[in-house]
Design a protein around this ligand. Structure first.
Ligand code: PLP
Length: 364
């Protein structure tokens, strides 16, 4: 028997939400609303198809390891130099690259106890301690307590802004004061997976406006751009850090097709705007629905809303009963909030399916 290191044997893996095919197989429902994984329910830009088909002509060749064209486009759009950008197979891959290149066993990562599970897993693979600082009673990052948790072995502070699963965000003043007090030896990982949904919110701090040598901003094409299946994301940081991270990236990620898809997607401002405004509209309608029905929830600026139940049991019952109606939701056990359920904001039709089913299970 191969001896497996303890850090791997004891690792809790990331468990993905259920797929549509899985639910169709198990339950006898014909309409499925997949509101469990924060994907873009409108799909992606219609220009992606053609761009990907064109890229198929070069599929026998290895991908461009630096994603030259995409990197150039992202540099232009974000007002930074190409040398400050790394493109990889999703922001989860970027977290993995960060953990592989920076962490040794004695290091720790400071983050919250209710945030994106990917950081717990990737840090855990390297045997780093994950210091999970409890979120506030409003399910927000407790930046003061996080700063207090930093010690001389801390290598990173991970913050998702807006956070997943709560959809809450750290405002401008708090963010500035926090960034100013993070010691120089600690890398701030500013995960902006939901940036596209949040960027127009008045008090939302764009992490790029608070750049330091010890800050890296990660973004993804999986959410607003609707390319989760392609696996592509990027990060922006000081060019020295980026050049070191590039050495640790799997050379040929992301694939040629993913690069082509992302390039088409990022150039389609109209589709992005349509996606973002649909989410804003349906999120507001859901808020009114929850208020009318006396449901407790957390105000969100991302493309999901978290419902707060009285108990883990209740959250489990709701998730299961909704699943049997064809509405896939996410109970948040893995995120440290077993009494909460996350609902991705979908199309009007999907949200109506959610509401109708929710009323039905409540009355049954
Ligand atoms: C969805 C999500 C990601 C994952 O992004 P990929 O680019 O698909 O790997 C990263 N961070 C947060 C906070 C997320 O919610």
């Amino acid at each position: 028997m191969i001896e497996i290191p303890k850090r791997i044997r004891n690792l809790t893996p990331y468990v993905a939400g259920k797929t549509i095919a899985e639910v169709k197989r198990r339950y006898n429902v014909d309409t499925i609303s997949k509101l469990a994984s924060n994907e873009n329910r409108l799909g992606c830009s219609p220009n992606v198809h053609q761009s990907v088909v064109k890229a198929l002509e070069e599929i026998q060749d290895y991908p461009d390891p630096l994603a030259y064209e995409l990197r150039l486009e992202l540099a232009k759009r974000n007002g930074v130099n190409e040398s400050e950008i790394i493109v990889a197979a999703g922001s989860e891959s970027i977290l993995s690259i960060l953990c592989r290149s920076l962490l040794s066993k004695s290091n720790n990562i400071v983050t919250a106890d209710a945030t994106f599970v990917g950081i717990y897993v990737q840090g855990g693979v390297m045997g780093a301690e994950i210091k999970k600082v409890p979120v506030t009673s409003g399910y927000e990052f407790d930046t003061e307590a996080m700063l207090e948790a930093v010690d001389h072995n801390t290598k990173m502070i991970y913050i998702a802004n807006p956070n997943n699963p709560s959809g809450t965000y750290i405002g401008k003043d708090e963010y500035a004061s926090f960034i100013d007090r993070v010691p120089d030896h600690v890398l701030v990982v500013a995960d902006e997976a939901y940036f596209e949904y949040a960027r127009h919110v008045e008090n939302y701090p764009h992490a790029l406006n608070y750049r330091r040598e010890n800050v890296i901003v990660t973004r993804t094409f999986s959410k607003g751009y609707g390319l989760a299946g392609f696996r592509i994301g990027y990060a922006i940081a000081h060019n020295d850090l980026i050049s070191q991270l590039l050495k640790c990236k799997l050379t040929f990620e992301p694939t040629t097709l993913a690069q082509a898809a992302a390039l088409a997607a990022v150039r389609d401002d109209e589709f992005l705007e349509k996606s973002v405004s649909l989410v804003a509209k349906e999120r507001e309608k859901l808020r009114l629905f929850f208020d009318d029905n006396g449901v407790e929830y957390v105000p969100s600026i991302s493309n999901s809303v978290m419902m707060v139940c009285n108990s883990e049991k209740k959250a489990g019952q709701i998730t299961q009963a909704m699943l049997e109606k064809g509405v896939i939701l996410r109970q948040l056990n893995a995120f440290g909030l077993p009494h909460c359920v996350r609902i991705t904001i979908g199309t009007e039709q999907e949200m109506n399916h959610f509401k109708k089913s929710f009323v039905a299970i409540r009355n049954s």
